[in-house]
Design a protein around this ligand. Structure first.
Ligand code: FAD
Ligand code: UDP
Length: 386
């Protein structure tokens, strides 16, 4: 086998997993990241309180993929963690997601599961058969009262546009249950690493065939020094923003340190549009196996991402999708570069999907090399998927 050289742009989960797979197959991987640390947006670090802080926002690992679960467990200890979210509407705190307790608390009822289901079905708008927008989906899903209380204000703050302009797929992430189960996720595997995500990504990158350069921006002009480039940075940056900047939402985190316990739960959403922030996260509750005298909170404010901000949530409305199409067409004409990950395919990807797609891309690259064909620019079509 001929050993090939790979430049991997980005040391988040996408870049680290691809680098590892290539290294284990006998190739060399040189990984670049502009940041001073690995793990991309999943970076965690203890601060002066000793609490493990999820520096770019809280990250809970959850998946239905056994192979992804097995993969992450190779590189660090995952602690069982069941995520719950509370939501403030007016002065009342509710248990998200939509479940029997929330429905009874909100309507002041004492429904059984069957009664709650019949009641919500009577509220839901059955005339909406093909929900296109977030609002359609919510009205069809839970009806107007629950939509206006829990979704309309929060969504306007989070996305900066009216829910009638957003795709239905955003809401499809949340469950609706008629039991008292208030787990935020349905997936069979849910966990948080005992020592945070950073050591896990460091362990993935710890291989003799991998070299990591932090604080180092990779420029396209360096591509000629490698057989192949895997680009997990923003796809529009690769093309010098020639078709305009793809829109993202960014978050401002206002950090506070308090004594004791601030809110008694990891995430408290503020659904009213008048409250300027979307949620407060309290990081020590993401490590319930630890005890701390102090506590660290992040108050999250969402706004449009400007040139020097961290891009968090791809907006992907009609206008951005048109722009994206231009970049994808350009990317398909490039040789010796593969676009991957959250920024490389301009999609909101959970960590497990990121790992799954990185494993798929690595195995696709190895197969292409084995049969002498060109390595594709994408292994997932960024246009056709949410
Ligand atoms: P990233 O982590 O963004 O890594 C890309 C890296 O590329 C960055 O470090 C960047 O510095 C680097 N880079 C870019 N351009 C260059 C360049 N030219 N040269 C060198 N380096 C470059 N997922 C979950 O599963 N559970 C959660 O609870 C969860 N919570 C989230 C909360 C928030 C607020 C956000 C925004 C995301 C959340 N996610 C969550 C998603 C998770 O963050 C992503 O799945 C994951 O970060 C994607 O990894 P990635 O490697 O594709 O991208
Ligand atoms: N959402 C909402 N109210 C809530 C929680 C979520 O309106 O209390 C909407 C909002 O539009 C959000 C989407 O549902 O963007 C997905 O929620 P999720 O909790 O998955 O968002 P994330 O944690 O990814 O920011």
């Amino acid at each position: 086998m001929v050993s090939r050289s790979f430049a991997i742009v980005g040391a988040g989960f996408s870049g680290a997993v691809v680098a590892r797979q290539m290294a284990e197959a006998g190739h060399t991987a040189t990984v670049y990241d502009t940041r001073p640390h690995v793990a991309g947006n999943c970076f965690t670090a203890r601060d002066e309180t000793d609490v493990m802080v999820h520096v770019y926002g809280p990250h809970i690992f959850h998946t239905q993929h056994q192979h992804v679960w097995d993969y992450i467990n190779r590189f660090g200890e995952m602690m069982p963690y069941r995520h719950t979210v509370r939501a403030m509407v007016g002065d009342t705190m509710y248990r998200m997601p939509m479940n029997l307790t929330l429905i009874n608390d909100f309507f002041g009822t004492q429904f059984t599961p069957e009664e709650a289901e019949a009641f919500v079905t009577s509220k839901a708008d059955a005339t909406i058969t093909n929900p296109v927008s977030f609002e359609d989906q919510a009205l069809r899903f839970v009806g107007r009262e629950l939509y206006e209380a829990f979704f309309a204000g929060y969504t306007k703050k989070q996305w900066g546009v009216d829910p009638t302009e957003l795709p239905a797929s955003i809401l499809a992430r949340l469950p609706l249950r008629f039991t008292a189960d208030d787990s935020y996720f349905n997936h069979p595997f849910q966990a948080i690493p005992r020592n945070g995500y950073t050591p896990i990504v460091q362990a993935i990158l710890d291989h003799p065939n991998i070299t990591v350069h932090l604080n180092t921006r990779f420029n396209k002009s360096q591509s000629g020094s490698f057989d192949h480039v895997v680009w997990t940075g923003p796809i529009d940056a690769y093309f010098n923003f020639e078709h305009g900047r793809l829109g993202y939402r960014t978050l401002d985190f206002v950090k506070e340190v308090h004594d004791g316990d601030f809110q008694g739960c990891p995430v408290l959403n503020y659904c009213d549009v008048e409250v300027p922030y979307t949620r407060i996260t309290e990081h020590k509750h993401f490590a319930p196996w630890e005890t701390h005298e102090q506590t660290v909170t992040y108050r999250e404010y969402s706004r449009l991402c400007e040139e020097n901000d961290t891009p968090y949530y791809p907006i992907r409305l009609v206008e951005e999708k048109d722009q994206l199409l231009n970049y994808v067409q350009r990317a398909r004409d490039e040789r010796n570069v593969t676009f991957l990950g959250r920024l490389g395919t301009y999609r909101y990807l959970d960590m497990d999907v990121t790992i799954h797609e990185a494993l798929q891309a690595a195995s696709g690259m190895l197969s292409a090399m084995a049969d002498g064909s060109d390595i594709p620019s994408f292994f997932t079509d960024p246009i056709g998927v949410a």
